[in-house]
Write a protein that binds this ligand. Structure first.
Ligand code: ADP
Ligand code: MG
Length: 208
């Protein structure tokens, strides 16, 4: 996986976030302040612009530029958290030109660690961590198991989607939704939903 692959991931993410902007905002309207879709749409469109105007030549730079753009353009909780996640992945790649599945797994684990450190959320707190952490675990296992890229990203996407769905019965303990207490129960967490889309976009660009 080269710089072009990761630039395509960000483009595909911008596309699915655009398609799901209103859905993400509706999810955030139920347990937050109805800005998650518009926040992410603004951020990923800006990231695609930044990558197009000055194309980075390594996978690491693609993801660092993406992360820095998200931090700059997206307000609220999700901007700094996703910004940190992408930046952390890019830093983990370093100056490598070609990324293996094992490199990608290590980077996703580092992204999750960065999000947990910044936001203080653990699994079960009804946040993006509930989708990202199982995805990272699945990818690590798949990479060690010698799966092909497409198969590995298939199980990674499934883990993220299942992790997101599992937030429905949870009570939020972090972020805005936690102000609702028990009333946050019964709703899909918007950040977990967007994380599943981002991981799904990674699967999509890996081909069939
Ligand atoms: P805000 O809550 O500031 O309006 P967004 O609506 O863009 O920001 O994002 C909300 C999402 O951010 C939540 O659904 C949740 O997944 C995630 N989130 C909020 N706080 C945290 C945190 N401390 N750790 C991890 N994720 C968090
Ligand atoms: Mg919000």
């Amino acid at each position: 996986m080269d710089a072009q692959f990761f630039a395509s991931w960000i483009e595909e993410t911008a596309r699915v976030v655009t398609d799901n902007r209103d859905r993400l905002t509706r999810l955030d309207a139920a347990i937050g302040d109805a800005d998650h879709g518009t926040n992410l749409h603004r951020g990923f469109v800006a990231a695609v612009d930044a990558l197009a105007s000055d194309p980075p030549d390594t996978p690491g730079r693609v993801l660092v530029v993406t992360g820095m753009t998200l931090i700059r353009k997206v307000g609220g909780a999700a901007g700094p958290l996703y910004g940190t996640a992408f930046r952390q992945m890019g830093v983990t790649f370093g100056s490598k030109q070609e990324i293996t599945l094992a490199d990608l797994a290590a980077a996703l684990e580092a992204a999750v660690a960065g999000v947990r450190k910044l936001g203080g959320a653990a699994e079960g707190d009804k946040t993006m961590v509930d989708a990202l952490a199982p995805a990272a675990r699945a990818l690590t296992e798949a990479a060690h198991g010698g799966l092909k890229t497409e198969e590995a990203l298939d199980v990674t996407r499934t883990a993220a989607e299942e992790g997101a769905r599992a937030t429905v019965p949870m009570q939020a303990r972090k972020g805005r939704a936690s102000y609702l207490g028990e009333r946050s129960i019964g709703h899909l967490d918007p950040g977990a939903a967007s994380s599943a889309l981002i991981i799904g976009a990674l699967r999509s660009v890996a081909g069939v």
